[in-house]
Design a protein around this ligand. Sequence first.
Ligand code: C2E
Ligand code: MG
Ligand code: MG
Length: 286
Amino acid sequence: MKFVDLSAYTGKTKNKNSIQFYSQSIKDASLQIIELEKELRNAIKRQEFELYLQPIVNLEQNAIHKAEALIRWNHPEKGLILPMQFIPEAEKSELINVIGHWVIKSACEIVKKLSDKGYKIKISINLSPSQVIEENLFSFIHNCIREYKIEPDLLEFEVTEGVLVNDYAIAERLLSKIRAIGMSVSVDDFGTGYSSLAYLKKLPLDFVKIDQSFVKDIVIDDNDKAIVRAVIAMAHNLNLGVTAEGVETNEQLKFLKKNACNSVQGFLYSRPVKFDIFLDLIKNVY
Ligand code: C2E
Ligand code: MG
Ligand code: MG
């Protein structure tokens, strides 16, 4: 029965109507997933997660006005684990909602700590697709804002294109509520998904984040240049701000400035850092 269960589970994660025979590799893979799920549950209890902050620099003011909250897992044996190694797995179960709640709460705590020190810096939070369709997400966010007594306009949420297309009606409702109380919304990794212009026009959005894959070769690749110029022009015509991700060199920065990009994020300014280091960063430039 166990083997049947494992085969059925594996089959379902691949395709709706698939046939999946049992094998040792299936068993190993499933055991690994079960183990990871167990560890993730423990990680929450043992407070092994930490939010790193990566500055986002406003190019008009040349100042850090925002930071993206990026989760890290301080594993007791394996050391620092990056989100791509556990978020996709967590997204397959309700674990992502548990982790997501922790992220939102911790981000509010960061906003509070920064505000208390006199820094009005917006914190941008990544939302997984399954969080967007989570029924009580908005009330959870609202409660956190009240609990930490923070200004809603110091919070931003990043959603990816897929969720806007696949769950349009639900996304629309959530994003409207988010914006109604003064928080903002950005489209993350723009250009890598559907890039449907219909949703950009209709949905309540504030910013577009150009994916780092377009920024990477912006100096040498004429196609990337054309795409980035076009995205900036389109976003501005729709009254949306533009942030470029993955900016690593001065040449990339120069191109983005010349083409009226509003803000940038990348290793050129800083890698994602722990809260205390982030404080040092803003103390020097704020
Ligand atoms: P993302 O939201 O697109 O975040 C940007 C990623 O680009 C981060 O990777 C960041 O470290 C990296 N990055 C920033 N500047 C540069 C640069 O100049 N060069 C290069 N090569 N990379 C740069 P990270 O922290 O590993 O996060 C990866 C992804 O994991 C994020 O992509 C996001 O989709 C997801 N993620 C991170 N934290 C959370 C979270 O709290 N919740 C959810 N649901 N997803 C998260
Ligand atoms: Mg993001
Ligand atoms: Mg991104």
